[in-house]
Design a protein around this ligand. Structure first.
Ligand SMILES: Cc1cc2nc3c(=O)[nH]c(=O)nc-3n(C[C@H](O)[C@H](O)[C@H](O)COP(=O)(O)OP(=O)(O)OC[C@H]3O[C@@H](n4cnc5c(N)ncnc54)[C@H](O)[C@@H]3O)c2cc1C
Length: 454
């Protein structure tokens, strides 16, 4: 008698963002029976679309880092290499009260490689550059584990370079001022690298040299949401069952299997493996025994404006602005139609501007009120765009607005996750942030599986 067919492993993937889609696709490709359970009505999570003034725009992420080449490898697998789009080569600006300068080319985290480069001198002045150059001669001390980023940068680079070059870049990435950020957050090996290289300028030069040639970030024609859509299509092609509108409320171990409770199924779903691919705070709610605890990192609000504003045709602030504290509520602005030529070609002269806020900066503003109404978020966003772009903008220029609020917005590292046999945390639930980091982690997993089965 022939051997019975081996039982196929069953997997529930909780969350249908990029991380969940990647995990589902890999498991289906190796023969598992996979179901994605996604709370909202569509896949993609922070890599999804929104319609504003009839334009299909990215609702969250709009680019990916080229570091490591993982995303380009994935795009090739998905047949999307031809859609890769380069941003315009114009720099972003740093704008604050009485300050507006192009952001100098940076080696790492806003730290330039040449303190006397013309764009650096233009940004921080000759004295600022001289103080910055002192980094080369200052004695290098071991960085204390509790050192703040502000402390280390100020001591080595001076106040002006720290405030004007490093602070805006780091705040844009981590949503926190330098004073509130431990230096260690910038990477597990940064402190030792700083000592080994003999300073921050040398560290920045080394990181710059190690970075791939070309743009540090790329986009996709049609928006990076195209990537999530292609992953969803590929997952379905591989047989993954996709259930949208299904919010998971609990994941628990039950005598050799995992049980997944949803708000819609009468009985728990029983599977061999659960992959948790939701933001950390949601993971902590549904699987408190295994997920990171106390990991909520605050909300980000993204306001997208579509404007009729010919004075923006000349892209007065390049691709966008990193805001110094005090001038606007927004922490950053992207002039999307200046940054992405493919988008400008589709808007018929309209401008798309995206403003990023920490949710606390929008507290008390009325999201639904028209731009003319006092206390409206739309009015505040227009005022911010006007201040940051340096051109008059008001309700007459506004064609349409979209506001999206995202939980757990800041990158985390070293989250205290406790996976168990048959329970896997991926993407932001595992402390990863950014499409590149999430895709790279997926390749590491699949390459190691291939080696094991070779
Ligand atoms: C405004 C913004 C801009 C960004 N820009 C960039 C960028 O330009 N480049 C870049 O690389 N990265 C960017 N990022 C970060 C990047 O988008 C994320 O790191 C990445 O998309 C996270 O993917 P994920 O799959 O881990 O989580 P998510 O995309 O958050 O997906 C999680 C999914 O789980 C679902 N879910 C939540 N709770 C439940 C539940 N209980 N049951 C079922 N489903 C649930 C959610 O609906 C969601 O679909 C940005 C993030 C934000 C917020």
């Amino acid at each position: 008698m022939a051997d019975p067919l081996p039982q196929r492993r069953t997997v529930a993937v909780v969350g249908g963002g990029v991380a969940g889609l990647l995990a589902a696709r890999r498991r289906a490709a190796r023969g598992d029976v996979v179901t994605i359970l996604e709370a909202t009505e569509s896949l993609g999570g922070r890599v999804s679309r929104i319609e504003v003034d009839g334009l299909e725009l990215d609702a969250g992420a709009e680019s990916f880092a080229t570091r490591g080449g993982s995303v380009e490898r994935l795009l090739a697998e998905l047949g999307l290499s031809d859609a890769v789009a380069e941003p315009s080569p114009t720099p972003a600006w740093v704008v604050g009260r009485g300050v507006a300068h192009a952001l100098p080319a940076s080696g790492w985290m806003g730290v330039p490689t040449d303190p006397f480069a013309p764009d650096v001198v233009a940004a921080i002045g000759r004295l600022g550059s001289l103080r910055l150059a002192m980094d080369r001669w200052l004695p290098v001390r071991v960085v204390a584990p509790d050192a703040t980023a502000a402390g280390v940068f100020r001591r080595r680079l001076g106040r002006r370079a720290t405030a004007r070059l490093v602070g805006p870049v780091v705040r844009g990435i981590y949503s926190k001022p330098l004073d509130a950020l431990p230096f260690s957050v910038l990477g597990p090996d940064v402190a030792s690298d700083l000592v080994a290289r003999g300073g921050l300028l040398a560290l920045a030069a080394a990181r710059r040299a190690a970075a791939p040639a070309g743009a540090a970030v790329l986009g996709l024609e049609g928006g990076v949401a195209t990537l999530a859509e292609a992953l969803g299509d590929d997952a379905r092609r591989l047989g993954v069952a996709v259930r949208t509108g299904v919010r998971v409320t609990e994941v628990r171990a039950a005598s050799g299997v995992w049980e997944v409770e949803t708000g819609v199924d009468a009985a728990p779903i029983r599977v061999d493996e659960v992959v948790i691919a939701v933001p950390p705070a949601a993971a902590a709610r549904i699987a408190p025994a295994f997920a990171p605890t106390g990991a909520s990192t605050g909300r980000a609000v993204l306001v997208t404006l579509v404007l009729d504003a010919p004075m923006l045709d000349a892209a007065p602030r390049g691709n966008g602005v990193l805001a110094l504290p005090g001038l606007a509520r927004a922490k950053a602005l992207t002039h999307a139609t200046a940054k992405w030529p493919w988008l400008a070609a589709r808007t018929g002269g309209r401008h798309v501007v995206r403003l990023s806020y920490d949710a606390s900066a929008c507290a008390g503003l009325d999201e639904g009120a028209p731009a003319e109404a006092p206390g409206s978020l739309a009015g505040a966003a227009l005022a911010d765009a006007s201040a940051l772009l340096g051109v008059p903008l008001g309700p007459p220029q506004l064609r349409d607005i979209a506001v999206v609020s995202w939980p757990d917005s800041s990158p985390l590292r070293d989250v205290d996750a406790r996976p168990a046999p048959g329970l896997t945390l991926v993407g932001s639930a595992a402390g990863l942030s950014g499409i590149a980091a999430i895709v790279a982690a997926d390749f590491v997993l699949s390459d190691s599986q291939e080696r094991m089965t070779a």
